[in-house]
Design a protein. Structure first.
Length: 547
């Protein structure tokens, strides 16, 4: 069972969330609650929770300062922000600190449970990886390298931008991870290949190929060994869980021939995996290095190659040298006429004309950008900002909507998928501008629903509603007054009287029964309130309904 720490200065919120999770989320244990950042930090360091749910505005140490500390002491902990403010700057800082989710009060409990389910899947995978790592050799070499399970592996990461995907929490964190990975890889290579180095020291030239894809690891390694047997020496290395590398070794005088053989052989392996319905895979080949101590450098170059393109549009084998050549080439921006046409169609055109304009833009990307994923993604985001900033575009966009679109752009694995996400976002904005998008329930709507469900309870109060919405009573009182222009008590009374009038209009009830059904213990007090609102007593209205 995974542990959760809840930090919020409002007792009703932190205890309310804790009660809800204890009742509805059996896969987690609420290990502790904290009323301020300092207390939360102390408890987090003692209990080592897997998940932290925290507010931002807290005394002694605010949520952002707390997260800054957690980022250094418990970097793997998954963080959920629960804030009363849909504030762009807060959200931006939270994302920089590695926050996985930013939820706005009143809390959407279904969303919270969905996020926790996602976290559980990630935590289960991390735990399984750790257990496998503890029970198996860290490195598998040559014929001993039969894989376990399937590898959805990539030593290069699944996104194009380090620091721009939701997995990367802070600026610069990707580079630190790369340095750690390089050092770890160098150590493992020495462990795996030390004996081989003494026996076959004439195989001094090496390249590392990393792979992306969803294929059975054992089948892939078998295909590699069979394909390159007697051609170049192949060693399969697990550099970390789900991060797999292939090391090619060959003689210095055979460098040119080996390069051709590696590209042709890896292409054949990709085709073989497809033909056997074993999945899709791509190889990314690092630069050539001499000597074992330089092999980690080739690995980093292979990682750079893997970061270069959109997976679905990449060739079977992509070489580091090709990526460097493309990156040195000047990147031209999309023609102004293409962008202007796209803006006009997004703001004034129909679905067909918008799709045609997007087709022209992405056709240009395909011809002009040499598959440079980073540049294509940045241009797509820039085009989106330009459309949203057009003077006639009155559709308001929230930070969370913008962030969701940005993440979909960063996750897209092909130009076609990127175009679909782009069009989906533009259509969504068009529908929002036209008022066709179903909006989330307002606070007043949520309060009204809760009142209807509890209308017969004479003890029902604002505090009860606040507890059900996981929001402080004072904050709820303020929001409700802003939305309705009425106090909660005024709204509750009007709702009860409206329900009472509907019952009395049937002519088939007793006044005392009606009073009880709408939450009044004393029929006399109920009658007084009713007459004050409708200028007629309940009994007179009942008689009128009967006649």
């Amino acid at each position: 069972m995974y542990r959760i720490l809840i930090a919020d200065d409002e007792a009703s919120i932190r205890e309310g969330v804790a009660r809800y999770l204890r009742k509805h989320c059996s896969t987690y244990e609420v290990a502790a609650t904290a009323e301020n950042g300092a207390d939360a930090l102390k408890k987090a360091q003692e209990l080592l929770p897997e998940v932290i749910i925290t507010d931002i505005a807290m005394p002694r140490m605010n949520g952002l300062d707390f997260l800054e500390q957690i980022r250094h002491t418990l970097p793997d902990t998954k963080i959920i922000i629960l804030s009363g403010y849909d504030n762009f700057e807060y959200a931006r800082q939270a994302m920089r600190l590695g926050v996985k989710e930013y939820l706005v009060k009143p809390l959407d409990t279904k969303k919270l449970l969905a996020v926790l389910d996602e976290f559980k899947t990630e935590l289960d995978a991390e735990m399984a990886a750790w257990n496998r790592k503890e029970s198996a050799d860290l490195v598998e070499g040559g014929e001993a390298g039969a894989g376990r399970g399937t590898g959805e592996g990539t030593a290069a990461g699944e996104r194009g931008y380090a620091g721009d995907s939701e997995e990367n929490g802070s600026e610069g964190e990707g580079s630190r991870d790369s340095q750690k990975e390089q050092a770890l890889l160098a150590e493992k290579i020495h462990q795996a290949m030390e004996e081989t180095e003494h026996q076959e020291n004439d195989f001094s030239m090496r390249r590392v190929a990393l792979w992306k894809g969803n294929v059975p690891l054992e089948a892939l390694r078998t295909a590699l060994r069979n394909r390159f047997k007697g051609v170049v020496k192949v060693t399969c290395i697990s550099t970390a869980e789900e991060k797999n590398a292939v090391v090619f070794q060959y003689r210095k005088e055979e460098s040119a021939q080996a390069f051709i053989k590696m590209n042709l052989g890896l292409t054949a392996v990709v085709n073989h995996m497809k033909q056997e319905d074993l999945g899709d895979v791509r190889f990314f080949l690092g630069g050539e290095v001499e000597g074992l101590n330089r092999l980690a450098c080739s690995w980093m170059q292979a990682r750079t190659a893997a970061d270069y393109g959109l997976f679905g549009d990449m060739p079977p084998v992509f070489n580091y040298e090709d990526g460097v050549a493309n990156q040195l080439a000047a990147c031209s921006c999309p023609p102004e006429e293409l962008l202007k046409k796209l803006v006009m169609e997004a703001c004034y055109g129909n679905s067909q004309s918008l799709e045609a304009a997007a087709d022209r833009l992405f056709t240009w990307f395909q011809k002009e950008q040499n598959g440079n994923a980073a540049f294509i993604r940045s241009n797509v985001l820039a085009a989106s900002h330009r459309i949203l900033g057009y003077e006639t575009n009155t559709a308001a966009i929230t930070y969370l909507e913008a962030e969701k679109f940005r993440q979909s752009v960063m996750k897209a694995e092909s130009l076609e998928e990127l175009k679909r996400e782009f069009l989906h976002f533009l259509r969504f904005m068009g529908e929002k501008k036209a008022g066709c998008v179903r909006q989330e329930q307002s606070v007043a709507q949520k309060v009204d629903r809760i009142i209807q469900e509890n209308i017969s309870n004479p003890e029902f109060s604002l505090d009860d509603v606040a507890g059900l919405l996981f929001i402080s009573p004072n904050y709820l009182r303020q929001l409700f007054k802003q939305e309705t222009g009425m106090t909660f008590v005024e709204y509750l009374t009007r709702t009860r009287m409206k329900q009472a009038k509907m019952l009395l209009d049937t002519g088939e009830v007793r006044v005392a029964d009606v009073a009880e059904q709408v939450g009044y213990r004393e029929p006399r007090y109920f009658s007084s309130c009713f007459k004050k609102l409708y200028q007629i007593s309940p009994s007179d209205l009942l008689e009128k309904a009967k006649s």
